[in-house]
Design a protein around this ligand. Structure first.
Ligand code: HEC
Length: 165
């Protein structure tokens, strides 16, 4: 069966001739087909911030003089919105890794990866319809934002006040 499919592949190579173009493949690898359009700030404002707010606003406690009220998703629709936001946050982490946006090839990638991981854990909590877990994972999400900001945002914008080391 294996030999048969190898022969079949070889035969279609002969027919299509296109498989004998290593140079084209190398060029494709050097220049990825995607094109980063939004600036970092636009990715923050257009994708990251609004969706993080959906997650953070979904669970918690509000204390007033009249006492404390618990906030948690009330309907299936609420949960589906949180899932969608978690998916966007997760994939935003990948988008931030794109060359053209990445600030370096090492620590920056780790910080983006932390956003991917935090976003995925929020998604998992939302899929499990677990408000307590969602609250905890929302905290991890916040940490993922801040870790990157301490390394790459505050250092460039306000070195005096916010430098973390
Ligand atoms: C991988 C790094 C990284 C991660 C993760 C990250 N950010 Fe950012 N963020 C930046 C950088 C860099 C800037 C500064 C962009 C600029 O001014 O060009 C920024 C800017 C911002 C700003 C200020 C935008 C402005 O108008 O100046 C906010 C608010 C923000 N991020 C929110 C978030 C939130 C919320 C999260 C997490 C859910 C997050 N960021 C995750 C790197 C990151």
């Amino acid at each position: 069966m294996k030999i048969y499919s190898a022969l079949l592949a070889a035969a279609s190579c002969l027919l299509l001739t296109g498989c004998n173009k290593p140079q084209a493949a190398a060029t494709a690898a050097a220049a990825p087909p995607y094109k980063p359009v939004a600036t970092l700030e636009e990715v923050m404002h257009g994708m990251v911030i609004p969706n993080a707010e959906v997650v953070w606003d979904a669970v918690g406690y509000v204390s007033t003089v009249k006492g404390s009220t618990e906030i948690k998703p009330a309907s299936e629709d609420d949960w589906i919105k949180i899932e969608a936001s978690a998916i966007t946050l997760t994939e935003a982490g990948n988008l931030l890794m794109m060359s053209g946006r990445a600030k370096d090839n090492a620590k920056w990638m780790e910080r983006c990866r932390a956003l991917v991981d935090a976003g995925s854990s929020v998604l998992k909590a939302a899929k499990a319809r677990n408000p307590e877990e969602l609250f905890t994972r929302g905290g991890d999400l916040f940490d993922a934002c801040q870790e990157c900001h301490f390394q790459y945002r505050f250092t460039t914008k306000d070195p005096g006040t916010f430098r973390s080391h």
